[in-house]
Design a protein around this ligand. Structure first.
Ligand SMILES: [Zn+2]
Length: 104
């Protein structure tokens, strides 16, 4: 049996936010126009985890989640990205940032 992948609006928004934050981080930190391979890898991973998130449309912010579905290494990396990009999101994408904060 193939597991149904998440594709609802909640997950979709989360994916957009994650993508934006990773792009921002790479642009500021690694000074790349395109995502560098490491950030690309992280983004692929994050999007995949969202697709497989067991809570689907009932999902809350990942930082609230009791299920740590990320591997240690990726978890640390995404945390670094979030911490770095969080404040920038307020500048560039205030709607996303505010939503993200409200979800906490
Ligand atoms: Zn990068």
């Amino acid at each position: 049996m193939v597991k149904q992948l998440n594709s609802g609006p909640v997950i979709q928004k989360e994916k957009e936010t994650a993508t934006k934050m990773i792009h921002l981080y790479c642009k500021k930190k690694h000074h790349q126009r395109q995502l560098c391979p490491k950030c690309q890898d992280l983004q692929d991973y994050a999007l995949k985890r969202l697709s497989y998130c067991r809570f689907g449309k009932g999902k809350t912010a990942c930082s609230n989640c009791k299920v740590h579905c990320y591997q240690r290494d990726y978890q640390n990396r995404i945390k670094t990205v979030m911490r770095y990009s969080g404040p920038w999101m307020l500048v560039y994408h205030p709607v996303y940032a505010v939503k993200h904060l409200l979800n906490k």
